[in-house]
Design a protein around this ligand. Structure first.
Ligand code: HEM
Length: 408
């Protein structure tokens, strides 16, 4: 039986010594920075597995090795529900990310076709053109609201380009995606209604395009989604729509906010900017250190069968959160983890997850960030935070930073 305390839910099978007063969506110490707030868990007395009573109550894996291990063990740690609170995760209408192996594999292979490294290499020029077109009007202005002027628009243009859809649809798509990921509602019921409404609007937009492209030989992501057979069968319309929703959402908030954290950091670290400007050809390598230093995703798993780890028994149906920050910023995984250092011999991170669900868009994400830095620094080689900008960090399934206003 679960008990509800002032601070939330603690079931009977959770030992009292494992309960921590930490809300992953409203972490103590976030004023010091989102990534910095996770240092709460990096005290020797904090075990590998703890319980947070917030957000419906859930376990948290606190060490890099434990997080990696759980990502790679889908038999015990299922993707059927992969965000907390569980009730919100159960409503996620995306596909095939909520399937476990072996069912997940063939659909994932279909998804990978358009996103594997070879396919992404061919996108370099298109993505560079998108970045250049956005930066061209920004550069002469001497200032910009980076998130609004660039970060929020860039991945939508990338999605539309990959889907062979007109860029004129950007504003509409941005609104739909925002309503799915951040419905502005006063109650859970209202939020569920808004998400449902936005999903239907997205389907109404994509459906006629799928009708036109079905049976064709297009290589855009919509044609691939509707025409790639899985297990010898055509994919259903509903699966294709939910797969396309996943492609839209997977590459949106993650890229927007990662770029926000990165530019906020660069605006206050001119020596790092100088290093990037001096050796633009090394940017792809340097980007990997940025991915390590600025993890944004805190994804979860649902316990599929009772399992013991670190001396506690997690029960079927419990949720466990795998904050990628607690891997990347674990001093056992990376020495001096809060420092950005380009001379690290090896990097250990799970910014893109691990195991069967490791980000399908990671090659695309790397390209998007590399191209952004290369093209931005060509036009704006020095920049700083606007004097009155007060960037504030927020936690979430995908963490965010607002008020990244820059000037040069
Ligand atoms: C900085 C950028 C990005 C970050 C940090 C990121 C992070 C992640 C993480 C942590 C996962 C694993 C989720 C899990 O374990 O359940 C994931 C999955 C996924 N990502 Fe990304 N992602 C990024 C960009 C993209 C882009 C650009 C796309 C574009 C298509 C994308 C598409 C996906 C898809 C389709 C999945 C689901 C894979 C599966 O369940 O098999 N992501 N991403």
């Amino acid at each position: 039986m679960a008990s509800a305390s002032l601070t939330g839910v603690v079931p009977d099978h959770v030992p009292a010594g494992r309960v921590v007063d930490f809300d992953i969506y409203n972490p103590v110490g976030i004023e010091e920075g989102f990534q910095e707030s996770w240092t709460f868990f990096q005290r020797p007395e904090i075990p590998e597995i703890v319980w947070s009573p917030y957000n419906g109550g859930h376990w948290i894996a606190t060490r890099g090795e434990t997080i990696r291990h759980i990502f790679r063990d889908p038999a015990h740690f299922s993707n059927e529900v992969n965000l907390v609170p569980r009730v919100a995760g159960e409503k996620m209408a995306t596909f095939p990310n909520r399937l476990d192996p072996p069912e997940h594999g063939p659909y994932r292979a279909a998804l990978d076709k358009g996103l594997k490294l070879q396919s992404v290499r061919h996108m370099d020029e298109d993505i560079r053109a998108i970045a250049r077109n956005l930066i061209a009007p920004i550069a002469p202005a001497g200032e910009c609201h980076f998130t609004k002027a660039y970060a929020e628009v860039f991945p939508v243009h990338v999605f539309l380009t990959l889907a062979d859809l007109p860029l004129a649809d950007t504003a509409m798509l941005k609104d739909i995606a925002a309503q799915i990921t951040r419905p502005e509602a006063d109650s859970d019921a209202e939020a569920a209604r808004l998400v449902d409404e936005a999903s239907k609007a997205f389907h109404a937009y994509v459906n006629p395009v799928l009708d036109k492209r079905k049976g064709g030989d297009g290589t855009d992501i919509l044609s691939r989604a509707i025409n790639t057979p899985v297990n010898g069968e055509p994919i259903t319309r509903d699966q294709a729509l939910r797969m396309i929703t996943l492609l839209l959402l997977g590459g949106l908030d993650t890229v927007v906010n990662f770029l926000g954290f990165l530019m906020n950091h660069l605006a206050t670290n001119p020596d790092t900017v100088k290093a990037l400007v001096a050796e633009p050809e090394r940017i792809p390598r340097m980007v990997e250190e940025f991915f390590r230093r600025f993890p944004v995703v805190s994804i979860a798993r649902s316990i599929a069968a009772d399992v013991e780890l670190d001396g506690v028994t997690m029960k079927k149906g419990d949720m466990i959160v795998l904050p990628t920050a607690l891997h990347n910023l674990d001093p056992q995984a990376n020495e001096d983890p809060l420092a950005v250092r380009f001379d690290r011999g090896s990097l250990s991170h799970s910014t893109f997850g691990e195991g069967p669900h490791r980000c399908a868009g990671l090659h695309l994400a790397r390209l998007e960030v590399t191209v952004t830095l290369q093209e931005w620094l060509k036009k704006i080689p020095e920049f700083r935070l606007a004097s009155d900008a007060r960037p504030t960090h927020h936690s979430g399934l995908v963490a965010s930073v607002d008020d990244v206003r820059l000037e040069w």
